[in-house]
Design a protein around this ligand. Structure first.
Ligand SMILES: Nc1ncnc2c1ncn2[C@@H]1O[C@H](COP(=O)(O)OP(=O)(O)OP(=O)(O)O)[C@@H](O)[C@H]1O
Ligand SMILES: [Mg+2]
Length: 234
């Protein structure tokens, strides 16, 4: 095991009941990601990418196998400790943003830390800085319905970064953006996390997005495809 590895999954399996049988969606996934890496996860629709991200992020529990994140075997954490771990160590970017419609951009960005008990007065300056960083300084007080799709995407990215997470999990963060705003968002995202020494795992269908990553993990039928570019693990 590498000293620097931030994430290790071993024999990760997930099945869902299907009538009398079950469907095995992940069939033994072994992935290691080092601190500071920007990794893209690609694969055909239905290959298990979102399922993998949910297990890594502790949003769902595996049927078998283990996830070790920042030194913690997350299957050993209670639901309450796992929620706290998620809020403090992880940042999620979902395809459909999940912004709260009644809150402003700045309030949406603050939310993960408010839920963790910090005061608005303390968090707001950090949120404002991140919004500035993603080019939305002038849109801080807009609600989601007053923002474009690309702007909402950038708010969601700022929100994922506000807790200074060790790991950012992004599931098709450019899924509904045009090529140009997708590229702008991705470059901002990559530069921001590189500056902060964070680790990113990003699911994408977009070859240009995958090309920005340090490394690509390919899933097919619930397994990682061997990567020709890499030395086999010893
Ligand atoms: N809750 C569930 N119950 C039953 N089957 C599920 C459930 N969630 C996902 N699946 C199945 O697991 C498989 C993998 O789903 P997953 O969402 O991980 O795919 P994906 O690689 O993210 O695909 P896409 O690129 O379309 O987002 C699919 O065949 C899906 O039907
Ligand atoms: Mg998916």
């Amino acid at each position: 095991m590498s000293v620097m590895s931030l994430l290790e999954t071993r024999g990760l399996k997930k099945s869902y009941p299907q009538g009398k049988h079950s469907v095995e969606v992940l069939r033994g996934v072994d992935v290691t990601v080092d601190k500071g890496e920007f990794v893209a996860v690609v694969g055909p629709s239905g290959s298990g990418k979102t399922t993998f991200m949910q297990l890594v992020g502790g949003l769902d529990r595996p049927s078998a196998g283990s996830v070790r994140l920042a030194g913690e075997p997350i299957e050993a954490l209670s639901d309450a400790r796992l929620s706290a771990f998620r809020r403090q160590k992880l940042g999620f970017v979902f395809q459909f943003f999940h912004l709260l419609p009644t809150l402003t951009a700045e309030e949406n960005v603050c939310l993960p830390r408010l839920l963790d008990g910090e005061s608005y007065a303390k968090v707001a300056p950090a949120a404002a800085r991140l919004l500035e960083r993603v080019g939305l300084g002038a849109r801080r007080h807009h609600r989601p319905d007053q923002l474009s799709g690309g702007e909402m995407q950038r708010v969601a990215i700022a929100r994922a970064l506000v807790s200074d997470p060790v790991l950012v999990l992004a599931d098709e963060p450019t899924g509904n953006l045009d090529t140009k705003s997708g590229s702008i968002v991705l470059e901002l995202f990559r530069d921001t996390v590189k500056e902060r020494g964070q680790t990113v795992i990003m699911v994408t269908h977009d070859p240009r997005a995958a090309a920005l990553a340090d490394r690509v993990i390919r899933l097919r039928d619930g397994l990682v495809e061997p990567d020709d570019d890499r030395e086999p693990a010893s």
